[in-house]
Design a protein around this ligand. Sequence first.
Ligand code: NAD
Length: 257
Amino acid sequence: MTLKGKTAVITGSNSGIGLGVAHELAKAGADIVINSFTDTDEDHAIAKDIADTHGVNCRYIQADMSKADQCRALIEKAGVCDILVNNAGIQHVAPIDEFPEGKWDAIIAINMSSAFHTTAAALPLMRKAGWGRVINVASAHGLTASPFKSAYVAAKHGVVGMTKVVALETAKEPITANAICPGYVLTPLVEKQIPDTAKKYGMSEEEAVEKVLLERQPSKEFATTEQIGGTAVFLCSDAAAQITGTTISVDGGWTAL
Ligand code: NAD
């Protein structure tokens, strides 16, 4: 399986799942566009590392996924986008009656609306190229809910819904649109929560992982960024050409409960 000659644009890809997906797609031969809103030396070093490690072209393009015009500008600057991975995301946890309005707006913008803007800008490029893959990194929270995550759950359900619409609008073309729905993945974001959770519950870090963080993940194991990346590579393969408008859970059984 080679993705040589294809270019993948991955939003929010200077850490965690986005970075893992970038490495797996590059390993399969795709040229890569890395994105975040930060534009640091480290961001450019990450792009160089991907290029050097996998022998592909890799560019860093700064764009803030909370801004519609910057979402579209990311795709315009990339110039080519055969594979679009909508991954940028943030989280905030609070009861709905205390949920800050600004956090609601930011989560809806970054986790959901950005995928609308990038997809709208990328589809003409995919049509021109005669091939395309839209891969939305949703969540188990795109299929189920948890308390205190109103904005995140709403945004992720929204992404799953939009994925189906994109699939229907492109059904007769060599373009597919799907959502990957991870359970808990051990990213820097989640790693940071382990000591705090252990302290809060008076548990060891191991207990905090099993009894609190992975409470709803029956495998009691984190999914890995490589596994999410591998799922993205599969969705780009010929075997997946008729898989469109659906969700693929990578959640250790969470949504089977
Ligand atoms: P992370 O914090 O490591 O990565 C988030 C990425 O989004 C970073 O690259 C960050 O730079 C980028 N980002 C944030 N705000 C941005 C903005 N305004 N513009 C551009 N980029 C921005 O977290 P992660 O765990 O890797 O999460 C990545 C995606 O996976 C998110 O959509 C998240 O909802 C989803 N997800 C994560 C998990 C998990 O357990 N880690 C589970 C399910 C779904």
